[in-house]
Design a protein. Structure first.
Lengths: 149, 176
């Protein structure tokens, strides 16, 4: 049983390698398909126990989000969530999401999902981090903390 | 479903993990070539893997033979590929529909280890298969033209998936 950290490092290194070899970065779709292929190949021997939400920005196609299961089911989606919190987050997003939201509206929606998870989930995490991926790259946007450690 | 010199293949659009719906636009029917379509029900991951493998094999066949695969040949290929994994199978039930020589329609389905089930009228697969058998049996008529075939297959699909909690969220229908 292999873990998420091993898988993500492996993918990171391979994506960099592609960039070095070919001079252009992998598109989000290509990276998602690569991940799915690796998970599918490992599935019947030594599966990776990792669920992935892949967010990427490409100049030609704009932003895209991919949902990849630990059994290598891949689908391009507008909204995705994993775990027990997903029951609450997906419902919140189904209600409030619409295409062409602004970044501020999206942050507000993320906050609403976090609030739901905090109040409804017995095993809710203490701290949350919001990250943004856009034409300027991927960056941490903000934290939502309840503990300061 | 088979019609007069045509066929129709349909599927629902739900992608779920047991009781939770992940997406409502999942593509389950794939075009192999202009006159051959493959529907894959069952485990999403295995459906995607099997589709990629079969497209690869068909493209190789096209390069070597310089023509498209006949539906009967393709069905045998799928059956062989599934049986190769007899003791560690792909958890998929394929539905193959195509037009063979002289545009004669060909349909077949298989279980997850490749046991072919040929039929002259309709084949079904998936979680709602029992409902589908009933609906198709009552709605099917031989030698329908493409418009009537489209209506029939759509109604059979909708009424069956409405009775199955793991299927739904609309349907994709392809008529060739």
């Amino acid at each position: 049983m292999l873990l998420g950290a091993q898988f993500t490092e492996y993918v990171q290194k391979n994506v960099s390698l592609y960039h070095y070899r070919n001079g252009i970065p992998l598109t989000t779709k290509a990276a998602a398909n690569f991940m799915r292929g690796e998970l599918a190949t490992a599935l019947r021997k030594n599966p990776y126990m990792v669920n992935i939400v892949l967010a990427g920005y490409d100049k030609e196609t704009g932003p895209s989000l991919y949902f990849i299961d630990y059994i290598a089911t891949m689908h391009k989606v507008d909204k995705a969530a994993f775990g027990y919190g997903s029951y609450f987050a997906l419902s919140m997003m189904d209600r409030h999401y619409h295409p062409d939201m602004t970044v501020d509206e999206a942050i507000k929606l993320a906050d609403q999902c976090i609030e739901e998870i905090r109040s409804r989930l017995v095993v809710a995490p203490q701290n949350f981090i919001i990250k943004i991926v856009d034409q300027d790259g991927a960056r941490e946007h903000s934290w939502r903390r309840t503990t300061k450690d | 479903m088979v019609g007069k010199n045509c066929f129709a293949i349909a599927s629902d659009r739900r992608l779920g993990v047991q009781l939770q719906t992940i997406a409502t636009d999942f593509q389950r029917i794939f075009k192999i070539h202009d006159k051959l379509f493959l529907g894959l029900s069952g485990l999403g991951s295995d459906a995607q893997t099997l589709h990629q493998r079969l497209v690869f094999r068909h493209k190789l066949y096209q390069l070597r033979e310089e023509r498209d695969m006949k539906p009967e040949t393709f069905a045998s290929l799928v059956s062989a590929m599934l049986y190769e994994k007899r003791f560690g199978p792909y958890f998929c039930q394929p539905v193959i529909a195509g037009l063979g020589e002289d545009d004669k329609p060909f349909i077949c389905t298989m279980d997850s280890i490749g046991a072919k089930e040929l039929a002259k009228d309709f084949v079904v697969a998936g979680t709602a298969s029992e409902s589908l058998y009933g609906a198709c049996e009552s709605m099917f008529k031989p030698d329908m033209d493409h418009e009537e075939l489209f209506e029939t297959i759509s109604q059979a699909l909708i009424s069956s998936i409405d009775r199955d909690c793991l299927s739904g969220w609309g349907g994709h229908v392809y008529v060739v």
